[in-house]
Design a protein around this ligand. Sequence first.
Ligand code: ADP
Length: 340
Amino acid sequence: MTTDAAPKPAARPSSLPVKPRIYSGIQPTGRPHLGNDLGAIRNYVALQDRYEAIYCIVDYHALTHVHDPEVLRRQTLEMAAALIALGLDPERCTVFVQSDRPEVTELCWLFNTVTPVGWLQRTPTYKEKRANQPDDVNHGLLTYPVLQAADIALPKASLVPIGKDQAPHLELSREIVRAFNARYGVTFPEPQAVYTEAPTVLGTDGVKKMGKSVGNTIEVLAEPDVIRKQVMSMVTDTQRIMRSDPGRPQVCNVCQMHRFFGDDYEEIWEGERTARTGCVDTKKLLAERIIAHYAPARETYRELMADPVRLRRILDEGAERIRPIVEATMTEVRERMGLR
Ligand code: ADP
C-alpha cells in the first residue's frame, strides 16, 4: 500500500473522528474485474482493520448511464455480494448503498454552490464520458465529481483507497473541500488517495486501463471457462512473432500479472525472456492461477446471491450504522452555511 504524498490540510477540522476514517465507492455496474480487485478492493480488505472503513455501492453514480431499474437493483446486490465474497467483513467495516443515505444528494447540492463550472468541464473523465455516450450527455456526467466529493466528505473520510484512474477526481474532491472550508470554516479533512501496488491494471488489450466500459476485462468471479477465454485473449509482447523469439517480459501484460498470482514471477520472467516458455503457456498458467485464487470467493458469491434477504439485511445495517455520522455532518454543514 502506498499513500499519495499530499500537502497537509491548513487546519484540522474540530470534529474529526478519532480513528482515521476511510471511504471508497464502487459502481454497481457488472461483476468486478482484476483492475477493481488489484487496484482497489484488495486495499479495502487490507485496511478494514486498521481504520474505520466505510465502503459504498454508488448507485446514484451509476444512474448517469444505467437506466433500467431492474438492472440497477440486481447489479447493486451483485456488487454487495462480490465485495463481501472478496473479503469485506460487514462486522469489521461498513458496507452500504449510496441511495440508502440520500443526505449525500443534499451535500452534493451544497458543494455545487462552491464549485466553479470550469473545474468540472476540464475533468478528463467528463470529456471521455461525453464521447462514450454522445446521445446521453446528462448533467449527472458533469456534476459526477461533486457527488464524489460529497460521498467522501459526508463521513469526513481522510483516506480514499482507489485506482490511479480516480486520481483526477480525488484532486477535484480536495479542491471542493478546500473551497468549502475556505468559505465556511474548516469542516472537512482534505482526503488523500491510498494506492495498491497495482494502481493501474491494463486490460486484455495490453494498452488501455482495464475497465467495464472498454470491455477488456477479466472478471474475477466469472465461471472458469469465461476466465480462461478472457485470459487467452490477452495481448502479449506484440514483437514476439515465433515461439522461439526471445520475449520482452517488461512489456508483456501477462507476465506482469503473474506478479500477483504465485511466487515465481522471476522464473516466469526468465522463461519468457529466454523463449523457454511461449505466450500460450504463460497465459494458460495465469488463467488456472486466477481461477484457483478466486475459487473460494466464487463459492461465497454464489451462496450470498442465493440469499438476497441476508444481503439486504447487511446493507440495511450498514446504512443504519452510518446514520449518526451522516446526520452529525449535515447538521454542522447546514449550520455553517446559514440554513438553520
Ligand atoms: P470501472 O472503471 O471498471 O467502471 P469503477 O469505476 O467502478 O470500475 O472502479 C472501482 C474502483 O476500481 C475504483 O477505485 C477504480 O479506481 C478501481 N479501478 C478500476 N479499474 C481499474 C484498473 N484498471 N486498474 C486499477 N484500478 C482500477
